[in-house]
Design a protein around this ligand. Structure first.
Ligand code: HEC
Ligand code: HEC
Ligand code: HEC
Ligand code: HEC
Ligand code: HEC
Length: 181
């Protein structure tokens, strides 16, 4: 069971959250079943096998060159095709994967990246708050994805336990309504 002791907390904390959330608790088994099915499906199917290490280490690009929003928004953003097209409208090298990319760009196709860390819609998370205000490194929550050479297969979205463990250590709120809005 992922949430030991939860029933004990419901009475005190949950009234602040609102009635939609009670329905959610009743359904939570169903919710996580579908969520897990979705995560395992998306991992296998990125449109291009993207190499972070090559772009970050060898080409020296900042994370914000492609994930443009974490300094001012709750989300980080996945890159648009236009961002890749800045360099890949013409081939930069000779790899088959890049050839595929250049073709997609020249055809005007949109790259739809599947997100590996997506939280369910009842969870509120802010990148700006964690990265800018609290000064936490990307690697603390995302591991070494910035140095991976292919789309990672072993990532998982943070669990509630993982959020709360750090909040406990850093004396930040554990109020249900802060994370479930
Ligand atoms: C405290 C933990 C934490 C830190 C630090 C963190 N992230 Fe995230 N990241 C998350 C969570 C949680 C999600 C899922 C958010 C959601 O689904 O609402 C996420 C999602 C993402 C996504 C998916 C798409 C999107 O629009 O959000 C990207 C890209 C991303 N993070 C990049 C970064 C980068 C780059 C940094 C460092 C500048 C960073 N993250 C720092 C926890 C973190
Ligand atoms: C600032 C320029 C720049 C941007 C922006 C950029 N790339 Fe690259 N990319 C390069 C360079 C340079 C190479 C190396 C070419 C070589 O030497 O093979 C490369 C190589 C690649 C390769 C071939 C390497 C391999 O492992 O097969 C792929 C695929 C690729 N990039 C995908 C992307 C995608 C997808 C985006 C957008 C999310 C992107 N790139 C954005 C400069 C860029
Ligand atoms: C040249 C563009 C580019 C740069 C620079 C870049 N990324 Fe990415 N990033 C991508 C693309 C494309 C994806 C989606 C494909 C994938 O998962 O491999 C992605 C996926 C991610 C994800 C997974 C988000 C999710 O929910 O699936 C995280 C986390 C992330 N990047 C973090 C970083 C960090 C940290 C850095 C800097 C160290 C960085 N990225 C630099 C293009 C980039
Ligand atoms: C620091 C942030 C945070 C706080 C505080 C928090 N949660 Fe969560 N909660 C999450 C995240 C993230 C998820 C989704 C990931 C997961 O299921 O572990 C989640 C998931 C859940 C779920 C769905 C579980 C499932 O299996 O789908 C329930 C129910 C829940 N929380 C109840 C609560 C209650 C009740 C409280 C207050 C006692 C609370 N949460 C406080 C972050 C938080
Ligand atoms: C590595 C530590 C760490 C992790 C992991 C982490 N947080 Fe936080 N979080 C913090 C810190 C530190 C702050 C306080 C930032 C500030 O000073 O405003 C914070 C603040 C917040 C706030 C604002 C709280 C308020 O006062 O309103 C929310 C909401 C939140 N986190 C949600 C989450 C969720 C959801 C997750 C998991 C998906 C998560 N956090 C994971 C460290 C963490």
């Amino acid at each position: 069971m992922k949430l030991p002791g939860l029933p004990l907390l419901i009475k005190g904390d949950l009234f602040a959250v609102g009635s939609g959330f009670f329905a959610l608790i009743a359904l939570s088994g169903v919710v996580s079943f579908f969520a897990n099915a979705k995560y395992s499906e998306v991992r296998a199917s990125q449109p291009i096998a993207f190499d972070h290490r090559l772009h970050v280490e060898d080409e020296g690009l900042e994370c914000s060159a492609c994930h443009m929003y974490y300094e001012r928004e709750s989300f980080s953003g996945l890159p648009r095709t236009n961002t890749c097209a800045l360099c890949h409208f013409e081939p930069q090298g000779e790899s088959a994967e890049e050839e595929k990319l250049v073709q997609l760009i020249q055809d005007g196709a949109a790259l739809e990246w599947a997100s590996l860390f997506r939280q369910p819609p009842h969870v509120f998370f802010s990148h700006r708050r964690h990265v800018v205000v609290a000064g936490i490194e990307c690697t603390t929550c995302h591991g070494d994805i910035g140095l991976s050479e292919e789309p990672p297969a072993a990532t998982h979205p943070l669990t509630m336990d993982e959020c709360i463990t750090c909040h406990e250590e850093q004396a930040v709120t554990q109020n249900c309504a802060s994370c479930h809005r």
